[in-house]
Design a protein around this ligand. Structure first.
Ligand SMILES: Nc1nc2c(c(=O)[nH]1)N[C@H]1C(S)=C(S)[C@@H](COP(=O)(O)OP(=O)(O)OC[C@H]3O[C@@H](n4cnc5c(=O)[nH]c(N)nc54)[C@H](O)[C@@H]3O)O[C@H]1N2
Ligand SMILES: Nc1nc2c(c(=O)[nH]1)N[C@H]1C(S)=C(S)[C@@H](COP(=O)(O)OP(=O)(O)OC[C@H]3O[C@@H](n4cnc5c(=O)[nH]c(N)nc54)[C@H](O)[C@@H]3O)O[C@H]1N2
Ligand code: SF4
Ligand SMILES: [Mo]
Length: 695
């Protein structure tokens, strides 16, 4: 029997809409959902390798209970009842002794996140944290400081742009399928692309203008761009006069930051900086300065992200076709959003401060809806603000995704309970006490995805095939755990379809409405706010706050003076990391197809610097920082700035049962120090210096 199902990919968290073909209970084919603009059948290589995950015999198959020491790899298979009873019993004991706040739950933000948040509130813990700060915490804070909206509420109109500037936003390798397709279309229609990165990426090769910037100096470049734009009055005066607070302050501030000054700092010729400012202003407002995710992660990151967003405001490209826009929810289309578990009446709200102190005067600015995971190990070790004793982790691997793995391992020694929910044997699972296997995205229905945008829509991930092994859906696992703690009343569903029906109540949509195309829409037309009078900024002034009340009320400057980036020493390099198109962060290295295509990471090192150190291409080298070291093969190339070395993130796995990736390559997290942007909340992943020697 053949059937087709519309669903959502989960080989990475972009959640591309997909169409699945199933024959006799087996997944036969996956492609991009042809009904969704920008997808039209396409998938990225990781999405295409989803079938290999589904039929991988090395994925987690049953609940496991640890028998030996943590990390020793001795496990006992357990039934769900035994595993859940054990977790519930230990949680009860920990909560009785240390209080609900001693339990922390971390996950990559996903469609079951409301279930996690409900669970924590029910047990009285404020300690939910997501990956968000690790990914784009400072982008989030920068957006709130300027617009009063989070970055999640900001979108990019790639398709209609005339010129896009990317600061290490390696969009053709670190992909989202719709974004790639939309930008490709714009480029085919004549749009221009400027790419800035200390490393020549695939995106660099497709750009009209590429600058090999000195790492860490993008802020100097932006101050100089603003200097030219303001001095030559290249900005959108009507938009800026109406919507910007603090233009004069910016004007005074950037006066000393000339293109000639920036040339000395960034290595980009002054004349080229002037040329970009003049060229791009001709296409305003259909231009994009991409605020990015992961390029240029430094301790001052929030100010870089603010400067990028301010360049958009100067170009008037805010809420403009071909620029950046604000995502509209169902309410803007006169519809009702799905019901939210966390908004149930009677659900308690935890009163304790968070483990990371986000939301207190000690750490006021990061988004408390996400927290700051990099503060977990220090908080556990210092027991400040209180002891954290239990850690539940879903769809996240803190051992590979939080800088300084050795520090995290030390903190884990103080925990009484570690539970990992995953589909793979992650490193965290390898060090856990109890491992709970989730059904894959082919095998489960998830909660509704409310997709805000120019046209608000709802998407659904739907079960295509039954579970191959003894696995369950995370939302059911948590409900069953809650029931064992006598908190079942906050989980008003008996199956995933039941949960979806509960969420849809009152929206006017039914589960069956998703059958035809995999999504439902609240309206037909794109919703743009009126740029003359209808922009809805949630800042105190109702304007885009160059002079930011959010920052200044927290004692931080709106316009900090530029701190020059010190040159690296004769024997040191700045460690820079990133992605490639064939892997998702830390989760696909053991995938049968993808591990074959790209089994191991290498260290990009500049040819001249390598020659001086006597390092040849492909030769094993020892790379070491203050906190860790590893041996990795050198990739000697002219395609990287001499001050930087680069590696692909996500390698160096420790779980021995994941045999295809075990011990292959080096993990960047082992090398990176836990340095942070203490204003914005992101880790300064590119502020670690390393030495490199022939091994
Ligand atoms: N294939 C694939 N695609 C993905 C993901 C994935 O895991 N795999 N993950 C998704 C997620 S969660 C994210 S956050 C995005 C990330 O998307 P990106 O941020 O575009 O991806 P990265 O590969 O981290 O890119 C970092 C780039 O910044 C450059 N860089 C380093 N230092 C500097 C600097 O000082 N200045 C400038 N201008 N550039 C610098 C690095 O050389 C690198 O090329 O990708 C998304 N898409
Ligand atoms: N050192 C360093 N740290 C980083 C980064 C970096 O470049 N370097 N990048 C940062 C960025 S941008 C991000 S977004 C984060 C990402 O950090 P993570 O979320 O930790 O990385 P992922 O690889 O997306 O997935 C983590 C885990 O999810 C599991 N998983 C996959 N599918 C499922 C599922 O269906 N159910 C369950 N329960 N689990 C599943 C995978 O097997 C994997 O173990 O890392 C951040 N941290
Ligand atoms: S970008 Fe690729 S892996 Fe990520 S959801 Fe889309 S198809 Fe899947
Ligand atoms: Mo990310």
């Amino acid at each position: 029997m053949r059937k087709e199902i519309y669903s959502l990919c989960f080989m990475c968290s972009v959640r591309c809409p997909i169409r699945i073909e199933v024959e006799n209970g087996q997944v036969r084919w996956v492609e991009g959902n042809p009904h969704v603009a920008g997808m039209e059948g396409s998938l990225c290589p990781k999405g295409a390798a989803g079938i290999a995950l589904q039929y991988d015999s090395q994925r987690l198959q049953t609940p496991l209970i640890r028998e030996g020491a943590r990390g020793e790899g001795k496990w006992r298979k357990a039934s769900w009842d035994e595993a859940l009873d054990l977790v519930a019993g230990r949680l009860k004991k920990i909560i009785d002794e240390f209080g609900g706040q001693s339990v922390a739950l971390g996950e990559r933000q996903n469609l079951a996140t409301p279930v996690s948040k409900t669970f924590l509130r029910a047990i009285g813990s404020p300690n939910h944290f997501s990956h968000d700060a690790l990914c784009k915490g400072s982008v989030n804070t920068a957006c709130r400081s300027l617009f009063g909206h989070t970055d999640a509420q900001v979108g990019i109109d790639y398709k209609n742009t005339r010129h896009i500037v990317l600061y290490g936003r390696n969009i053709f390798e670190a992909v989202s399928v719709k974004e790639v397709n939309s930008l490709t279309q714009a480029l085919e229609n004549g749009a221009r692309m400027t790419y800035i990165d200390p490393r020549v990426t695939v995106t660099a090769t497709k750009a009209h203008r590429y600058w090999m910037i000195r790492p860490g100096t993008d802020l100097a470049l932006n101050y100089a761009l603003m200097h030219v734009i303001l001095a030559e009055r290249l900005y959108d005066a009507a938009f800026v006069d109406r919507w910007v607070l603090g233009l004069e302050d910016l004007q005074d501030f950037v006066r000393p930051y000339t293109p000639e000054w920036a040339e000395g700092e960034t290595g980009i010729p002054a004349a080229e900086i002037v040329a970009l400012a003049r060229e791009i202003s001709k296409d305003k407002p259909a231009v994009i300065f991409h605020y990015g995710y992961r390029g240029a992660h430094h301790a001052h990151e929030i100010y870089l992200r603010r400067s990028i967003l301010m360049l958009n405001a100067l170009m008037g490209s805010v809420e403009a076709k071909g620029g950046i826009f604000f995502k509209k929810g169902p309410g803007e289309a006169k519809g009702k959003p799905p019901r939210k578990l966390v908004e149930q009446e009677g659900l308690p709200k935890a009163t304790a401060v968070r483990f990371d102190k986000v939301g207190t005067p000690d750490f006021p600015l990061p988004d408390p809806a996400h927290g700051v995971p990099q503060m977990l190990a220090p908080a556990i070790l210092s027991e400040d603000p209180y002891p954290v004793k239990a850690l539940i982790i879903n769809r996240l691997d803190p051992l590979k995704s939080i800088p300084d793995t050795n520090l995290f391992k030390k903190a884990m020694e103080k925990l009484d309970l570690i539970v990992a929910v995953d589909v793979n044997f992650s490193d965290l699972a390898w060090y856990a006490d109890v491992v709970l296997p989730e059904s894959t995205y082919f095998e489960r229905t998830d909660g509704i995805q409310q997709a805000n945008g120019l046209k608000p829509q709802l998407f659904l991930r739907r079960q295509a095939v039954g579970p191959r092994y003894d696995t369950r859906e995370y939302s059911m696992i948590i409900k069953q755990l809650a029931e064992r703690l006598d908190l079942g009343q906050y989980f008003p569903y008996t199956s995933m379809e039941d949960l979806v029906r509960w969420q849809l109540e009152g929206t006017g949509f039914k589960l069956e409405d998703f059958d035809a195309k995999g999504f439902v829409a609240y309206g037909k037309d794109q919703i743009f706010w009126d740029r003359r009078d209808g922009l809805k900024f949630k800042t105190p002034s109702g304007k885009i706050e160059f002079r930011s009340s959010l920052l200044e009320n927290a004692g931080q400057p709106s316009f900090p003076a530029y701190t020059p980036v010190p040159a690296t020493g004769k024997d040191t390099f700045r460690l820079v990391v990133g992605r490639l198109v064939l892997h998702t962060h830390v989760s696909t290295q053991n995938n049968p197809y993808l591990s074959e295509l790209f089994p191991e990471n290498t260290l990009w090192i500049n040819s001249r610097r390598a020659a001086a150190l006597g390092i040849a291409n492909n030769q094993p080298v020892t790379i070491a920082s203050q906190v860790g070291s590893g041996v990795i093969k050198a990739y000697v190339t002219d395609l990287i700035h001499p001050e930087a070395v680069f590696m692909i993130h996500g390698f160096g796995h420790e779980a021995q049962t994941a045999t295809r990736c075990y011990n292959k390559g080096v993990s960047d997290s082992v090398l990176q120090e836990n340095i942070n942007d203490m204003v914005g909340g992101s880790p300064a992943l590119h502020d670690t210096f390393v030495t490199v020697k022939a091994a």
